[in-house]
Write a protein that binds this ligand. Structure first.
Ligand SMILES: Cc1cc2nc3c(=O)[nH]c(=O)nc-3n(C[C@H](O)[C@H](O)[C@H](O)COP(=O)(O)O)c2cc1C
Length: 446
């Protein structure tokens, strides 16, 4: 297993203050360090630990979820004119909640004047040693989760965000002198009156660079991963087509309200090991709130129209008959199958019981043809980012409403298409998900 923590060694390390205040009340953070600390503490930091029962060894869990807890995503960021924080290029070190200063001075990679721009990268090997060729998808899902984790924390502290997927990959690698195993996937610009700013430093860039730590003595190459990554590098800019419009015949009630604070929800979010089956049900108002959260707009150059549609395997939702339903963005559910779906949902999710014991499980179906028509091969990445981002909203909404959730990357693709009767031109399944009442996880510390 490759080291889940990347360090750029031999560069100045800047402390991010411990115990930043929770962002639910946007306050004018007095300085850049406090602002960055809060942002990262509520989006990417370590938030819990687990013990391996057989050996007692402890390992870290983070605010953002990750397939197999392998964390392929790295957070780099560029700051220009942050109060009491030197302009430059940084890499976040989650193992000690610190910022590695890789370059100091004026550093600009987008045309905007945003004071903070994140560069999110993926290290595919971290996933590939375990999941082999399928790992590329997991890297993209994880990127979608990390993107949402970051922007929701930013929004909670009063910032606006805009994600950019349309950039020239190789130029960005060069500009940020990324280690060869890190592939840039998304840029996220943050701006807004809650960011404490001053006039940018200007002047020349001083490079520290740093030596990237070796994550494992050996790396096995997966040609399918190198191939899809090369094929999805940017070739042309795109225009947007309208998304599939429609609504289901079954209206949903007004969403339930949650009073839990954002900071508490994100730090408490965990993936459920399994769910309590039996008679425990969730309400339609809870389901309505969770679906409404997933349907909130995304701010990105690739997300003006949605590519992903949710299919629900409803097991135990008050007042909704068990069955398969399609969720329409414009509102409502459309029933497409009736009857108990517990065995089907678990079976399709690679036999994982949690998809049957949940109150509701999901297949996310992406219109990959439209993604390719609009964005070229790059669209493959965007559909997965969107699925990860939807998944992240589902995680947080479930947690906020007293439920638990688990992202499910392992499922039988072709069987799902057959079961849901999805013709190739209608799309492909790209992610599964489950929400319900979590069982106790004995591996969690305290
Ligand atoms: C893209 C993705 C796919 C996942 N697939 C599965 C899965 O198939 N089965 C499962 O039990 N958990 C799955 N998980 C949950 C991870 O195992 C979990 O996020 C990780 O162990 C970290 O735990 P945490 O979410 O509590 O931080 C997935 C998570 C993500 C983000």
């Amino acid at each position: 297993m490759p080291d889940p923590f990347r360090h750029y060694e031999g560069v100045p390390l800047l402390d991010l203050p411990a115990d930043p205040p929770s962002p639910q009340v946007p306050t004018l953070a007095p300085d850049g360090a406090a602002f960055l600390s809060q942002l990262l503490f509520y989006s990417a930091a370590i938030s819990a630990s687990k013990r391996v029962p057989s050996t007692g060894a402890k390992y870290a869990l983070r605010v953002n979820p990750s397939s197999g807890n392998l964390h392929p995503t790295e957070f780099h960021f560029i700051t220009r004119g942050l109060n009491r924080w030197p302009d430059g290029l940084y890499h976040y070190r989650p193992s000690s909640h610190m910022a590695e200063q890789r370059a100091r001075g004026d550093f600009k990679i987008t045309s905007s004047d945003a004071p903070v721009v994140f560069v999110l990268t993926s290290i595919a090997w971290r996933e590939a040693w375990k999941y082999r060729s399928r790992a590329y998808r997991y890297c993209l899902h994880d990127m979608g989760h990390a993107w949402q984790a970051l922007v929701l924390a930013a929004h909670a502290s009063g910032c606006e965000s805009f994600a950019i997927g349309q950039f020239a990959d190789d130029s960005l690698v060069e500009a940020c002198r990324l280690n060869e195993d890190e592939w840039p996937m998304l840029l996220v610009e943050l701006r807004g009156p809650s960011i404490p700013v001053r006039t940018p430093d200007g002047g020349e860039t001083v490079w520290f660079g740093g030596r990237a730590n070796s994550l494992s003595p050996e790396v096995i190459r997966y040609p399918a991963i190198d191939g899809i990554h090369a094929a999805t590098k940017l070739t042309r800019l795109a225009e947007t087509e309208p998304a599939l419009a429609g609504s289901g015949e079954i209206p949903l009630p007004p969403p339930a309200a949650s009073t839990r604070a954002f900071g508490d929800v994100v730090r408490a979010r965990r993936s459920a090991l399994d769910f309590r089956g039996g008679d425990l049900t969730m309400s339609q108002a809870q389901l309505s709130a969770i679906l409404a959260a997933s349907a909130q707009p995304f701010f990105a150059d690739f997300a003006r129209a949605r590519l992903v549609q949710l299919y629900l395997y409803v097991h135990r939702v008050d007042g909704l008959k068990p069955g398969v339903y399609r969720h329409w963005q414009d509102g409502g559910l459309e029933r497409i199958k009736s009857g108990d779906q517990r065995v089907a949902a678990a079976g399709l999710s690679l036999g994982q019981a949690l998809a049957g014991n949940a109150c509701v499980a999901f297949s996310m179906i992406a219109d990959l043809d439209r993604a390719a028509r609009v964005f070229g091969d790059r669209g493959y990445r965007y559909a997965h980012f969107e699925a990860g981002a939807v998944g992240h909203r589902l995680y947080l909404a479930a947690e906020a409403h007293g439920l638990g959730a688990t992202g499910i990357g392992a499922f039988f693709d072709d069987q799902v298409h057959r079961y849901l009767e999805i013709a190739p031109e209608q799309g492909q399944v790209i992610y599964h998900f489950a929400i319900g009442y979590p069982v106790h996880d004995p591996r969690l510390d305290a």
